[in-house]
Design a protein around this ligand. Sequence first.
Ligand code: AHN
Ligand code: ZN
Length: 338
Amino acid sequence: MGSSISFKRLLMFSAVMLVLIASCSEEPKEKTPIQTLPPESKLTLKPRPAFDADSAYAFIEKQVRFGPRVPNTKEHTRCASWLEKKLKSYGATVIIQKAQLTAYNGQELSAVNIMGQINPNASKRILLCAHWDSRPYADRDSKERMKPIDGANDGASGVGVLLEVLRAIHLDSIDPDLGVDIVFFDAEDYGKPEGSMLGNSGDSWCLGSKYWAKNLPIKDYKPEFGILLDMVGAADAVFPKEGVSLYYAPQIVDKVWKIAGALGHENYFRSFKGNEITDDHRYLNEIAKIPTIDIIHYDMGRFDFGEFHHTHADNMDVIDKSTLQVVGDVVLQVLYQE
Ligand code: AHN
Ligand code: ZN
């Protein structure tokens, strides 16, 4: 039938036209795209309270203004009272542990470890810690090497971040079944000066945490894990997966670095293994058997702990609010992810 033939022709015509149009198109022919879905993120980030880096910075500044926090000085005693008062003001139950410790040179040190507990009766607990004393020497400096340093990064930065973490929890709220313990260790930085003839310096550091680990101030104290912050305030800080942490608490390193990555901070929390560093966490692991990691600035390619480390340049000028923000956000996220 005539109409059927013309219909077939129309169909044929249309098909030819379509092929022509398609082949004339200027668009380059695209291959079927390979499915490149983003890697499945195993982490759903839960809400966390805000960390105020200005406030953390002010807490660091306050410590530095006391003067060097060297055991047996009035600056040290005054700062200890302030820390105790701050912990209480943010709702923590405070436990003060005093100890007479002997330094590498025979000097007796009146030391004080300061602990604050949130939800003290909760059985599941997380420990956060930092050293609050500052180094009595500037043994890496070229001048005034026997004078004490400000210790803005080395000491005050970890404490400042933790005080702000506590303030953030206090202003917000936290699961009443999760206990948070903050411990400020004393006499971490009274280690043998560089070049000292007094033999191996390895165990002359961390006197306060060693004492604390041997004399836990709470019966059957067994937190799930601990996080130590040391030197967490410098610009462009590099936090490798520190060696002692990887040895004793690899699963905690993994947890914390995954969370940091999910927050987009892999430029600070690097994925490579760092050196093994003798720091307070070593003794929490070895003596108290608390799996504890160390978030510590250590840049192997660039002045390890920083050009200013154990010099008079470790002052407020090296403190960078962006780094404080990153570390504070990661620590808070770890707590609220539990
Ligand atoms: C040593 O250099 C052996 N330990 C580094 C721990 C440290 C010093 N943290 C702060 N100051
Ligand atoms: Zn130090």
